[in-house]
Design a protein around this ligand. Structure first.
Ligand code: HEM
Length: 341
């Protein structure tokens, strides 16, 4: 699975070539924010980010299509997901991802999986159940994490107005008021915004625990771990470790990443901070995930000033989490947007 994903879905050329899809979907969200701003209604970022990340992952992973036609492929994916989602009772896929009824135009991950299943070319026998599990895995792995990262980043920025101002100033200065939209070329010139994202993932990693199983005797922190032992790596604790991050390890201070280069853990070998995991099983969707998070955040900060709904103050914003494989904010993040551009 890992190889299939890396070759067909996550290689950097492909991530790059899918920039127009990300831009289209982010523009749609900006239109929705504009509407809520115009109507002076709070905007539910939690719902919007899940829907955005899910739609982007769907479009990138399973088709390159439009809303108009319901093709065979679209319904095939939908069928698989409908079956699989029975396990996830609170998760109503079609509400969140209307794009699934679509026309299909190119060889995608699902094609590859189904072909591999039918021609028996993989080293182990791939079954329909495997395909279902992989499809669900991709959605959960890609959608939940990117959405959680965006919601937590906006939450931290709301609680830290100086950082919010600084990030807004950076993006507005780089892009200029007339352009109206931040594209991925602009994002390259936003070091502070990227530091904000890193700082958020340090304090609130979307996936707080990594799971490994030892396959031979090994010594970890002085303990002997026998083979076949499940080991949890506490990403959350590593991100807050005073020995690594200093006495202000619990504080939100993006500047620390302007001082220290902890660049996206590209090879999975920098273990100071592991929001994408590490080693052989590290997240294959890291570039795609970061591309989604950076572009969306840049546009949210460029296009709007953000405030609390009537009757609420910044300090009322809670940081409660829902515990799970992905650490989501428990209560939806609803904010008032005021249009800037
Ligand atoms: C901000 C966004 C993301 C974060 C924080 C994140 C984080 C992670 C983490 C921590 C793991 C486990 C790694 C380990 O055990 O060492 C993982 C695995 C995985 N991620 Fe991501 N991820 C993100 C985005 C994505 C996206 C966009 C996709 C694809 C659409 C994706 C696909 C996967 C897959 C398929 C795995 C399982 C890999 C395996 O089992 O070998 N992720 N991710």
């Amino acid at each position: 699975m890992r190889k299939t994903c890396i070759v067909h879905l996550f290689n950097s050329n492909r991530v790059q070539s899918l920039a127009p899809i990300r831009a289209q979907e982010v523009r749609k969200v900006m239109e929705k924010v504009s509407k809520s701003s115009f109507e002076s209604k709070p905007f539910n970022l939690s719902d919007a980010m899940i829907s955005l990340a899910g739609t982007i992952v769907c479009r990138m992973a399973f088709h390159k299509g439009s809303y108009e036609e319901v093709g065979e492929e679209g319904s095939r994916v939908q069928g698989l997901i409908n079956e699989t989602q029975a396990m996830f009772t609170s998760f109503f896929f079609s509400n969140h991802f209307p794009l699934l009824g679509v026309k299909h135009e190119h060889d995608d991950v699902l094609d590859v999986l189904v072909r591999t299943m039918n021609d028996g070319s993989s080293r182990f026998r791939l079954t329909v159940d495997h395909v279902k599990a992989i499809v669900m895995n991709l959605f959960i792995a890609g959608t939940d994490t990117a959405a959680a990262a965006l919601v937590w980043t906006m939450t931290y920025l709301m609680k830290n107005p100086t950082a919010m101002e600084k990030a807004q100033e950076e993006v507005r200065q780089v892009v200029g008021r007339d352009k109206g939209f931040v594209d991925e070329q602009d994002v390259k010139q936003l070091p502070y915004l990227k530091a904000v994202v890193k700082e958020t993932m340090r304090l609130q990693p979307p996936a707080p625990l990594l799971i490994r199983e030892s396959n031979e005797d090994c010594i970890l922190g002085g303990y002997t771990i026998p083979p076949k032992t499940v080991v949890h790596v506490n990403v959350y604790a590593i991100g807050r470790d005073r020995e690594i991050w200093g006495d202000d390890s619990e504080e939100f201070r993006p500047e620390r990443f302007m001082e220290k280069s902890v660049d996206d853990n590209k090879k999975g070998l920098d273990f100071d901070m592991v929001p994408f995991g590490g080693g052989r099983r590290m997240c294959p969707g890291m570039h795609m995930g970061l591309a989604i998070v950076h572009l969306t955040l840049a546009n949210l900060l460029y296009g709007f000033d953000w405030g609390m709904p009537v009757g609420m103050e910044r300090q009322d914003l809670d940081m409660e989490v829902i515990l799970g494989l992905t650490m989501h904010k428990k209560n939806a993040l609803c904010l008032m947007a005021r249009k800037y551009v």
